[in-house]
Ligand binder design. Structure first.
Ligand SMILES: Cc1cc2nc3c(=O)[nH]c(=O)nc-3n(C[C@H](O)[C@H](O)[C@H](O)COP(=O)(O)OP(=O)(O)OC[C@H]3O[C@@H](n4cnc5c(N)ncnc54)[C@H](O)[C@@H]3O)c2cc1C
Length: 335
């Protein structure tokens, strides 16, 4: 039986990030029978560990097929050293003989997995849309989202990060839980790594984005405004709609460059890559560079006054109309 290690990420609220469930689904392999080990880096915050080991978190992991949870500690400054974190992930992967190592293509996932792959001397596939652990291949978006390519990894241990929301999370069936005798219980293993760092790279400060309540890359629904929003104050209309939808807010580069929104919420080639269940583009033309960042959204809705706007050839639902009429009407209807 194949064994996959998955690096668990914790959200600001202390909960397991929902998008990890898609990674856990991929970790179970083609037939869903791979052994899945979750790994978490113990950054020294005891409340975070309490939350992770709470019944709700354990249930969530078990429901997506996790059998064992490895809590990684180290003597060095684990919390602030990406070198120690990645070397510890590699040490755990070797100790528990993972056939594959998966994580989220988040800011920290991109950082840690590239380091881990280098330390492992293995290739890695980053920001994958899907992975085939048995075939050691992955599907990735190329050329700003214009094409998808299947890449074959010549490796012993497959290392990959998966784009948040790209893989649909599927719970294990009750019969699989019974067969594995996991019955919602997870074995917790404390793994102390002897990894050290030369201290050249150290996290000194974390600056959190201010604008969006929900993390754009994690959000299941995103509503984004373009140049047509005309003024930063008009984002209030988008915020009101986002609130009733439970959506995160994004912006096109034109809206960002005009000073209507901060760069931290820009979607596209030079902004964030998102893959929500629903993406609502308000007054956005649908330029290829914007599309590059949201092409893998499950359902795309475009709202535009121009019937020839490129967004209409790329969306699942198009609304030909003025955002200043459509958005308030949508908010009212949703309320
Ligand atoms: C190297 C490079 C990187 C780039 N990276 C990015 C990126 O990361 N993200 C990004 O977004 N762009 C990026 N761009 C810019 C991109 O090419 C476009 O210029 C940009 O996406 C346009 O933004 P927009 O759709 O908001 O504006 P516009 O193209 O000006 O479109 C505005 C749209 O709003 C419609 N409209 C106007 N008024 C209304 C109304 N009242 N109601 C409804 N619709 C209305 C118009 O018909 C039009 O279609 C990049 C460009 C380059 C060259």
């Amino acid at each position: 039986m194949s064994r996959t290690g998955v690096l668990i990420e914790i959200s600001d609220s202390g909960r397991i990030k929902d998008t990890i469930c898609g990674v856990l689904t991929a970790a179970r392999g083609r037939d869903g029978n791979n052994e899945v080990y979750a790994m978490v880096i113990h950054t020294g915050q005891s409340d975070q560990m309490d939350e992770l080991q709470s019944a709700a978190s354990i249930d969530q992991m078990a429901l997506y097929g996790v059998g064992k949870l490895i809590v990684i500690t180290a003597d060095g400054d684990l919390a602030n050293s990406p070198d120690i974190q990645s070397a510890s992930i590699v040490a755990a992967a070797k100790e528990y003989q993972f056939n594959s190592l998966l994580g989220l293509a988040s800011a920290s996932g991109r950082d840690l997995f590239a380091r881990a792959a280098a330390a492992f001397n293995e290739p890695m596939a980053s920001d994958c849309i899907s992975v085939d652990l048995e075939g050691k291949s992955a599907v990735k978006s190329h050329f700003s989202g214009k094409t998808f390519a299947t890449v074959q990894l010549d490796c012993t241990t497959m290392i990959a990060t998966i784009r948040p929301n790209a893989v649909e999370p599927i719970k294990v069936s009750d019969s699989q839980i019974a067969a594995k005798d996991a019955s919602y219980s997870i074995e917790i293993i404390n793994f102390k790594s002897s990894a050290t760092s030369d201290g050249r790279i150290k996290k000194v400060e974390v600056k959190k984005g201010s604008s969006s309540k929900l993390d754009l890359t994690e959000a299941p629904i995103i509503i984004t405004a373009g140049r047509a929003i005309k003024d930063a104050a008009n984002f209030k209309m988008i915020e009101e709609c986002a609130e009733v939808l439970g959506a995160a807010i994004g912006a096109s580069r034109a809206a960002v460059d005009a000073g209507f929104a901060p760069h931290s919420i820009q979607v596209g080639q030079t902004g964030k890559t998102v893959s929500p269940k629903v993406y609502i583009a308000c007054g956005i033309s649908g330029a290829i560079q914007h599309f590059a960042g949201m092409k893998t959204s499950k359902v795309i809705v475009g709202i535009n006054t121009d019937p020839d706007a490129p967004i209409f050839s790329k969306c699942d639902y198009g609304i030909l109309g003025d955002i200043f009429e459509v958005i308030p009407a949508l908010t009212k209807a949703l309320k």
